[in-house]
Design a protein around this ligand. Structure first.
Ligand SMILES: [Zn+2]
Length: 212
């Protein structure tokens, strides 16, 4: 799909061919509202689409996508926090039971973080400050493993930022409270776009293969 005309043609084909089959499902979602059990934070990268990877139907995943699948720390300072607002709604209103942070291989956002884009004041209006929430993760990794080959450093930083995002989730009081009660579980996963493999990278120790 390279042009707007193609995009519109697909929307028309979807309306004509697929929507009629899904209409009863959509009608139920309209009358009953949404009640997804899963909230996922994924990257905006066009190559990593959770709906496709997990075969999700409408209403199943409350999905947040941002640059590098990052969760910033809890920071209620009355400024605009899109990811935190989605977390608040998903957790306190929808009552999701799982939050999954989904990192991915060959993440341009993580590569930029590794290159120090957060320190480049003139480089961007928003990307640098956004990535800076994970700067300490990068600094720790480079201090501990200064000799990693570039691609391995990127991969390790992809895993480490997912783990940090899971940790940051715990800084939101209404998340910590539900995790404590056993009503909510937090997960950190990584999708390798070159192999289709899904790893659990949210725990300490080596990544564990979930699918692949
Ligand atoms: Zn990415």
């Amino acid at each position: 799909m390279q042009t707007l005309e193609q995009l519109i043609a697909r929307a028309r084909a979807y309306r004509a061919d697929k929507y009629p089959q899904q209409q009863p499902h959509y009608q139920r979602l309209v009358s009953e509202g949404q009640s997804p059990k899963i909230l996922m934070i994924a990257c905006s990268d066009s190559r990593v689409d959770p709906t496709i990877i997990f075969g999700a139907e409408p209403g199943e995943i409350f999905l947040v996508r941002n640059v590098a699948s990052l969760v910033p720390p809890f920071q209620p300072d009355r400024t605009c926090h899109g990811t935190s607002a989605a977390l608040e709604f998903g957790v306190t209103s929808l009552g999701v039971e799982h939050i999954i942070v989904l990192g991915h291989g060959f993440c341009g956002g993580v590569a930029a973080l590794l290159r120090g884009a957060d320190k480049d004041q003139a480089g961007s209006d928003f990307i640098g400050p956004w990535l800076s929430s994970a700067a300490a993760v990068r600094d720790r990794l480079l201090a501990q493993s200064p000799d990693l080959p570039p691609q391995e450093a990127e991969r390790q930083l992809e895993y480490a930022t997912v783990r940090q995002s899971v940790e940051n989730l715990r800084s939101f009081p209404w998340i910590a409270e539900r995790v404590e009660k056993g009503a909510l579980a937090l997960h950190g996963w990584h999708f390798d776009i070159s192999k289709g493999a899904l790893l659990d990278v949210g725990k300490s120790g080596d990544p564990e293969l979930i699918a692949g």
